[in-house]
Design a binder for this molecule. Structure first.
Ligand code: IPM
Ligand code: MN
Length: 359
């Protein structure tokens, strides 16, 4: 298989974790006879520094002409505390999502038995936790009309959804549920918000097309609590943009480290793969960040190409490092390995240089 991959290293630890994914993808290509062609492009604070623009047109162009996008992280502290900043790194990512029509963000939440001690939840609550959050990614309050008056005494952000925007992500979520444990939970605030009532109506209307999927509804405040109290009840969770942003960070800590979780953003054409963690500027350049979120995102990219066997081998490599205590500082602050070493080990695992003890 011959594929074009756009690579956006991004900010903070983005470059060093993404480089590990490239190492692993190269090992996959070599071992299984594929060709992956990478084109690097700019986005975020890095792009602002180099071009003044968080998303240069050239980046959109390269991404549109690629089969997939591998992305590191975005954000820099110098923008976070400056309410007057006109240009922000995050604008780059939001514009890219919109330009590529990446309307569904898929965030799997899985747990590793050997990392249970790192989770803020008790071992008992962690058993059998395996769910996926489907977050609508190109609508809602993120992309609504927004304004502040000159005196800065008033501001608003508008939240709107069309039936079409809800339907396209809902179909994907239902189809995933059909391939999994056949349960779909819509998270909304239908007791207060008009947009949420539309979400509920649309999901109720689509449900008969997926009669093998059990559908339930939770208000977002209750869902935030249930994710902590009883996370194993969830299979596929579907929600709008901002609720999805918030509950997916909440859910991410269940597995023990934010550094472990991957994500895929998909739409009609290309798809983007990124770890769910941020740019972690304090760790940038130190070779200590956890590359597993990025490497597992690369596994999702392989699945997207239909290379399921290759994706599975990458996941086994990840599990092999975790089970053999080859872990980064976030997992073991005393006996830790460097970012690049973990990347080497997983690439070696893929190349069959390390005998896997799992099958
Ligand atoms: C995420 C991030 C982004 C978001 C930011 C960086 C704009 O938090 O991907 O979850 O809010 O969507
Ligand atoms: Mn977020």
């Amino acid at each position: 298989m011959n594929k074009k991959i756009a690579v956006i290293l991004g900010d903070g630890i983005g470059p060093e974790v993404t480089q590990q994914s490239i190492k692993v993808l190269d090992a996959v290509a070599k071992q299984y006879g594929h060709e992956f062609h990478y084109t690097e492009c700019l986005m975020g604070a890095d792009a602002i520094d180099k071009t003044g623009n968080p998303l240069p047109d050239e980046t959109i162009e390269v991404c549109l002409n690629s089969d997939a996008i591998l992305f590191g992280a975005i954000g820099h502290p110098k923008y976070d505390n400056d309410p007057n900043a006109k240009v922000r790194p995050e604008q780059g990512l939001l514009k890219l999502r919109k330009s590529l029509q990446l309307f569904a963000n898929i965030r799997p939440v899985i747990t590793y038995p050997s990392l249970q001690h790192l989770s803020p939840l008790k071992a008992k609550q962690l058993e059998e936790v395996d769910f996926i959050i489907f977050r609508e990614l190109t609508g809602g309050i993120y992309f609504g009309k927004k304004e502040t008056n000159e005196e800065k005494t008033y501001a608003f952000d508008e939240c709107s959804y069309s039936r079409e925007e809800i339907e396209r992500v809902a179909h994907l979520a239902f189809q995933y549920a059909q391939k999994r444990r056949k349960k779909l939970t819509l998270v909304d605030k239908a007791n207060v918000l008009e947009t949420s009532r539309l979400w509920r109506k649309v999901i109720q209307e689509l449900a008969p097309q997926y009669s093998d999927v059990a559908v339930d509804f939770l208000f977002v405040d209750n869902a935030a609590m249930q994710i902590i109290v009883n996370p194993k009840q969830f299979d596929v969770v579907l929600t709008e943009n901002m609720f999805g942003d918030i509950i997916s960070d909440e859910a991410s800590v269940i597995s023990g480290s934010l550094g472990l979780l991957p994500s895929a953003s998909v739409g009609n054409g290309s798809a983007l793969f990124e770890p769910i963690h941020g740019s972690y500027p304090q760790a940038a350049g130190k070779d200590i960040a956890n590359p597993l979120g990025s490497i597992l995102s690369a596994a999702m990219l392989l699945d997207h190409f239909g290379l399921n066997k290759e994706a599975q081998v990458v996941r086994e490599g990840v599990e092999w490092t975790i089970n053999n205590k080859f872990v980064t500082k976030d997992i073991d602050p005393v006996n830790f390995y460097f970012t690049s070493t973990i990347g080497d080990l997983i690439a070696d695992f893929v190349s069959n240089k390390i005998p896997g003890d799992i099958n």
